[in-house]
Design a protein around this ligand. Structure first.
Ligand SMILES: Nc1nc2c(ncn2[C@@H]2O[C@H](COP(=O)(O)OP(=O)(O)OP(=O)(O)O)[C@@H](O)[C@H]2O)c(=O)[nH]1
Length: 266
């Protein structure tokens, strides 16, 4: 008798088949064939389990690598989005700067000649459609050359900047002030006939008189002359500007520091 009793079915069947006392049993051959078939099936099962485990491990690795690659792509996309945001912001910024440079005078920050021209044309269009009057004023600093000659170009620039600020501060929100060039400024007074425009200009000239610009310990007193014209229906931009310019020359001739009106006389 064995010192150890076989426990599992396989061990028990194996030991039964191995025992010489069972060799002539009528079921011995059938049991041996059945046992072989069983072992064959079992080894197939083990192979299948092995393949399935390997496949699962491979799937896990594949999944992990896909997740890693997905996260790497996300990071890249995030980086690309941030670069694109910065790029778009830079383009917007440079568009703002380009617009600023193309429409505004760099020294005074007022509208430049191009913007003034555009606005006068659109105001003239609106005035025609709604039968509204509008006025154009040309304002020129008196004896500006003297300021440059006596105090230097930089002092002249400071005077222009101070005048620009005065124009901005003493006109109505719907008026447009701009620098026409040199020491000459243009004011567009929409929805205003001569009668409404004159007090605006008088207020402005008074504000210029009150300016005190300190240059190297000296206080500069400034005056300006102004020519005013009212736009007439059918007038070209040039005609209205020419009439304001003629009125300005008249103001200079009559002694400066004043506003003259040129009404309907080409
Ligand atoms: N500082 C400075 N001066 C300028 C600028 N543009 C033009 N000027 C000067 O402005 C002066 C204009 O002088 P004029 O046209 O003789 O006129 P004015 O001396 O003001 O004399 P009136 O207009 O007759 O009162 C010239 O000396 C120009 O050099 C500028 O941007 N800065």
């Amino acid at each position: 008798m064995n010192s150890r009793e076989p426990v599992g079915i396989e061990e028990r069947v194996s030991s039964l088949l191995a025992s010489s006392s069972n060799r002539d049993h009528p079921l011995h051959i059938a049991l041996a064939e059945l046992f072989d078939a069983y072992k064959h099936q079992q080894s197939r099962m083990e192979r299948l389990v092995h393949i399935s485990d390997g496949f699962q491990r491979y799937s896990l690795l594949e999944r992990q690598s896909l997740i890693d690659s997905y996260h790497r792509q996300l990071k890249r996309l995030d980086k690309v989005a941030r670069i694109s945001d910065r790029y778009q912001h830079a383009i917007q910024q440079s568009n703002v700067e380009l617009r600023q440079e193309s429409l505004f005078d760099p020294l005074t920050g007022l509208a430049n000649r191009r913007m003034l021209t555009d606005r006068i044309l659109s105001t003239s269009d609106r005035a025609r459609r709604h039968s509204e009057p509008f006025a154009i004023a040309m304002l020129d600093v008196d004896h500006f050359k003297r300021i440059n000659d006596q105090h230097g170009h930089e002092a002249g620039d400071r005077v222009l900047v101070a005048i620009a600020a005065t124009l901005r501060d003493h006109t109505r929100s719907w008026d447009l002030c701009g620098r026409w060039g040199g020491e000459e400024f243009v004011l567009l007074l929409p929805n205003s006939g001569i009668d409404e425009a004159i007090p605006v200009i008088e207020r402005l000239l008074e504000a210029v008189r009150r300016l005190s610009i300190k240059v190297k310990g000296e206080v500069l007193k400034i005056t300006a002359s102004c020519g005013l014209s009212e736009h007439r229906e059918g007038d070209s931009l040039l005609q209205s500007l020419n009439r304001a310019d003629a009125a300005l020359l008249d103001a200079k001739r009559r002694g400066r520091d004043r506003c003259e009106v040129e009404l309907f006389s080409d």
